[in-house]
Write a protein that binds this ligand. Structure first.
Ligand code: UD1
Ligand code: CA
Length: 454
């Protein structure tokens, strides 16, 4: 039996007070709707139908790479109306999982549980029991069997005491959706077509309604304002942090750790506080990341230590390297094993060979550095003439004296030495010394100017 996913994402999200449509607000660096689409894809849904309304063009643009079918709900007349507009594209067989674009953390496991529970009944919902369910639709049961969902605004005082609420996540037989949705009415407190009314219709048809609870409460939390968004962000991060710790990562403080993407780790990785990891990252065994680092789409091999406040973006670092503090590895930085990159060193589109060092205040751009070379403090590869970029090639075991400018294209041979303060514009041959520097002048017994009294 084929499964469709329907995602409700037409709401305006007024309470966010943002120009960005609500479902595009980021949670852990990814739009809310992106989380739901990713989960839907894990279920191998035959079709993912997304109902859009406010900011529709922008929403479609952001997800243009995704295989999603878009259905417009021009006027938001309620959740039942939203699903009704999908009927022309909804198959008449199979089942649909109905999700919300602003309930981003629902997991594949809970949805599979819901699908399983709904197989026999043809209809099921995800519910949760809490102390105070104010605002939510309440689950009305008789002898344990679900009878209806009553919206908070339509509920009696007695019903408002019910602690079990509707999370807005459903599994429904498509044939039944085709049958029930056209029959919805909007005669209720909000004048809306309520999707929740299909529960009473199912009961009237003699069906019973299955229900499952999520493993963790935050899975079904919705986002309506920025306070809820920030709260959910922390819960999401705590959950990720917990999983990493269960894998053996030593997080100094899980409350001060942010992963906006995916991190795969070896053994005994240690991460200090206020580290942000983005995109796809990989850390080998015993990697240590100091406080305040931001690491994006990078691979760091075993034994490498990163000192505080270093920034990585699309960098690849070998084993037992030492980076930082305050290093910046930009896209295309490729560091071999045992490399040392120190404070205020920027590396862009450059490869650095085994054991080479650039420990202080250096820019290496479009460079190839061999093994065992030492790049002195303040060395700059002048890779850009204002129009084009050129390469600097430095061989093995070269020594570049401090404060040198290497004007690319230029080649420094194996074992060559560059004297401090040189501006190198021509190639330097293997094992030779090159320097470029005016003679030092000495004036003995020099008298400094004296201040003239007026
Ligand atoms: C709904 C449920 C309520 C449940 C709650 C859980 C109904 C009538 N009530 O209430 O039982 O406890 O969710 O959060 O369904 N949307 C559209 N088009 C519309 C209206 C809504 O796409 O015309 C989308 C919204 O963008 C949102 C979702 O549907 O993603 C839920 O809508 P919302 O207005 O938040 O529903 P609630 O009133 O909170
Ligand atoms: Ca509402």
């Amino acid at each position: 039996m084929s499964t469709n996913v329907i995602i409700l994402a037409a709401g305006k999200g007024t309470r966010m007070r943002s120009t960005l449509p609500k479902v595009l607000q980021p949670l852990a660096g990814r739009p809310l709707l992106g989380h739901v689409i990713e989960t839907a894809k894990k279920l191998n849904a035959a079709n993912i139908i997304t109902i859009y309304g406010h900011g529709g063009n922008l929403v479609q643009q952001v997800f243009s790479q995704e295989n999603v079918e878009w259905v417009e709900q021009a006027e938001q007349l309620g959740t039942g109306h939203a699903v009704k507009v999908t009927l022309p594209v909804l198959p008449t067989d199979g089942v649909s999982l109905i999700l919300s674009g602003d309930v981003p953390c629902i997991t594949e496991a809970t949805l599979r549980k819901l699908l399983q529970a709904s197989t026999e009944t043809g209809i099921g919902i995800v519910t949760l029991t809490v102390d105070d369910a104010t605002g939510y639709g309440r689950i009305v049961r008789k002898n344990g069997e679900i009878q209806a969902i009553v919206e908070h605004k339509d509920a009696s005082d007695e019903q408002r005491k019910i602690k079990e609420f509707n999370t807005g996540i459903y599994c429904v037989n498509n044939a039944k959706l085709h049958e029930w949705l056209p029959k919805l009415s909007n005669e209720n407190a909000q004048g809306e077509y309520y999707l929740t009314d299909i529960i009473a219709m199912a009961i009237a048809d003699g069906l019973s309604v299955a229900s499952v609870e999520p493993e963790l409460a935050f899975e079904v939390e919705g986002v309506n304002d920025r306070v809820q968004l920030a709260t959910l962000e922390r819960e999401f991060q705590n959950n990720q942090a917990k999983k990493l710790m269960q894998q053996g990562v030593h997080l100094i403080d899980p409350a001060r750790f942010d992963l906006r993407g995916h991190l795969s780790v070896g053994q005994d990785v240690r991460i200090d506080i206020n580290v942000i990891i983005e995109g796809d990252c990989e850390f080998g065994d015993h990697v240590e990341i100091g406080a305040g680092c931001v690491i994006k789409n990078s691979k760091i091999a075993a034994g490498t230590k990163v000192q505080p406040y270093s920034i990585f973006d699309h960098a690849i670092v070998g084993e037992n390297a030492q980076i930082g503090p305050f290093s910046r590895l930009r896209p295309g930085a490729k560091l071999a094993n045992d490399v040392h990159i120190g404070n205020f060193v920027e590396v862009k589109n450059s490869s650095i060979g085994l054991g080479s060092k650039a420990n202080h205040f250096t820019y290496l751009g479009d460079a190839e550095v061999g093994a065992g070379s030492n790049i002195g403090a303040g060395t700059i590869t002048c890779n850009y003439d204002g129009a084009n970029k050129f390469k600097t090639i430095i061989g093995d075991c070269a020594f570049i004296g401090s404060n040198s400018s290497l004007v690319a294209p230029v080649h420094i041979g194996n074992g060559a030495t560059v004297g401090a303060g040189s501006v190198i514009t021509r190639d330097v041959a293997e094992n030779s010394l090159a320097f470029e520097r005016s003679k030092q002048v000495a004036k003995e017994n020099y008298q400094r100017p004296q201040k003239v009294e007026k």
